[in-house]
Design a binder for this molecule. Sequence first.
Ligand code: AMP
Length: 362
Amino acid sequence: MQRLEPGSVIGILGGGQLGRMIALAAAQLGYRCCIFSDVANSPAEHVSEKTIVAAYTDLSALDIFAASVDVVTLEFENIPEEPVKYLAEKVAVRPGPNVLATAQDRVIEKKFLNKIGIVTTPFEPVANLEGLEIAVEKVGRPSVLKTTRFGYDGKGQVKIDPDTGLETAFSQMGKGPGILEGWVDFALEISVIVARGMDGEIVSYVPVENRHVNHILDTTIAPAGVSPSVAAGAGSIARQAAEALNVVGLLAVEMFVTRDDEILVNEIAPRPHNSGHWTIDACAISQFQQLVRAICGLPLGSAGRHSDAEMKNLIGDEVKVWPKILEEANARLHLYGKSEIRSGRKMGHVTRLKVRAGRGER
Ligand code: AMP
């Protein structure tokens, strides 16, 4: 296994909080980071040695980036595939552009998962309004219309209820093409994050429960309160997907658990995931350090946890409670250094460790 020695430079595409936490984990192991972001003053830039601010399609900036780093990873999947392919011709990109291409398009992603025997929400591709009418006949109502690419946190999504007009829904979706998914009356939402090394070794974090508010992740509960068979099933789905995609790095798999304990995959993300932030404070090795280990050809670490935990995102004004959080003995506060509070913006998170009485109490 080709190992990148500490002191090497990790290039990160994207400058958000995920990039920031990758850079912090990289620093712990002696690696340096270079951020490529299309906005200045990003959360990752604050904690990294070098940042290149340019459009993701700026080839001369990509050339400088490729020449400055030893390996490239990404912290969000809404990057056009072409620049990532361009980079991959010059420097190792982990996970590779093929993984990105699959994960950034909801139709390609679901077709891929179904092909390898993983059950997803029922879906139909939607190219135009006529296509939406046909898709609604097949999938039924309620259902949800989503853009196939570049949507996040519920953006570009419209619920199709019994009385929803399709013309309005199609224009509300914004830039197509789209996908119509059957609405799942789930018991709970869970996710599993796996890390996969260059030698194919895989470690898996326990399934966690994710609660959303306004389509944005609000709280993650680790571990999820699911039966042992659902936990095992969810873990093997995530492993299977990571293997089939030949991921080197992380794969997060978001799933719905139905009231009959059926598991339906919603989407996959080949990067650190918000539902894995609890691993920083409650596990031997965090998702961020596993990513650094995987892409640098180091052995992976244990994904075991020393504590159960609950992670709460601090969204918009919620971040203002941060001084109170510091008073809690078992709370671990993380702020992302964003200068401006905006509604719906992830400003930080807090992980509350469920430590047994007598241990860690003030
Ligand atoms: P997504 O961007 O696909 O992760 O969707 C954001 C959130 O919307 C999910 O975490 C669910 O809470 C909800 N959602 C998305 N798709 C569906 C669906 N097919 N059925 C029910 N809820 C959904």
